[in-house]
Ligand binder design. Structure first.
Ligand code: FPP
Length: 247
């Protein structure tokens, strides 16, 4: 069953000309959003998923080239089984309701270690990646069973195997070699990292790719992080002086 989309409009008149090429979203605060309303945490995830849909559509409409969402971390398995199941159910529902994204020529990329996920989910992810590989209007990255350190470990293992096989010399390893072995190899580094809900940390999300990202924190909880809130973040981003270590 399709998730009821919230049809939202927001003025784009005040949007800055200089938009980030890659935005990372940490979808935090779903649990608190639900608890505040006396509802089980899984209702917060459901609202969070609706908001994810709405912001994805919005980013596509204003021409953001790459967006990444932290859906489920390598540490999230520690949550109560009922909550893990609820998130996996939402994910399964979403994976079967992606026509709109394909019609909009969005390329879908799933980052993280797929091997621990239920088999039907893994299979569907691979299908969607293959079906959307030809599209280039926007890259939509979903981090599922993802951890930044785990990703770098995985890259190191692949590089070590190439060295062992004699196809790569240790002194040929550059930063770009490492970038090219990450799940995000086809996507530029993150320009703007957004974390709502008042927490001020990266929580192992895209730690290599956020080396020069601008960070935007707000107390708004993820289900309430609307198009208007994103516009505020984009305006703030456009005012930051990015020097990448220069002067
Ligand atoms: C963090 O909030 C959120 C998560 C760990 C799960 C995010 C998942 C979704 C938004 C739903 C699935 C998405 C898709 C694309 C189908 P929290 O639970 O840690 O909130 P809290 O800090 O208030 O407890």
């Amino acid at each position: 069953m399709a998730l009821p989309f919230r049809k939202k409009t927001v003025s784009t008149d005040t949007l800055p000309e200089q938009l980030p090429k890659h935005i990372g979203f940490i979808m935090d605060g779903n649990g608190r959003w639900a608890t505040k309303r006396g509802m089980p945490r899984k209702f917060g995830h459901r609202e969070g998923a609706k908001n994810f849909h709405d912001l994805t559509r919005y980013c596509r409409s204003i021409g953001i080239q790459n967006i990444s969402f932290y859906v489920f971390s390598t540490e999230n398995w520690k949550r109560p089984q009922e909550e893990v199941d609820a998130i996996m159910d939402l994910l399964w529902q979403y994976l079967n309701d992606c026509d709109e994204y394909l019609e909009q020529e969005v390329r879908m990329i799933f980052i993280g270690d797929k091997s621990r996920l239920p088999e039907r989910i893994q299979k569907r992810m691979l299908e969607l990646e293959a079906d959307s590989a030809k599209y280039n209007k926007m890259n939509l990255l979903l981090a599922i069973n993802y951890g930044g350190r785990d990703e770098i470990k995985h890259a190191a293992q692949e590089i070590a195997a190439e060295v062992k096989a004699g196809t790569l010399q240790p002194d040929q390893i550059t930063e770009d070699t490492i970038s090219q072995h990450l799940y995000t190899k086809d996507v530029p580094d993150v320009d703007l990292l957004i974390r709502p809900s008042g927490e001020l940390r990266l929580s192992n999300f895209l730690i290599w790719q956020c080396a020069y990202a601008e960070y935007y924190f707000t107390n708004v909880l993820w289900p309430d992080f609307s198009r208007e809130e994103l516009n505020k973040a984009l305006v703030e981003y456009s005012k930051r002086g990015r020097r990448f270590g220069g002067v």
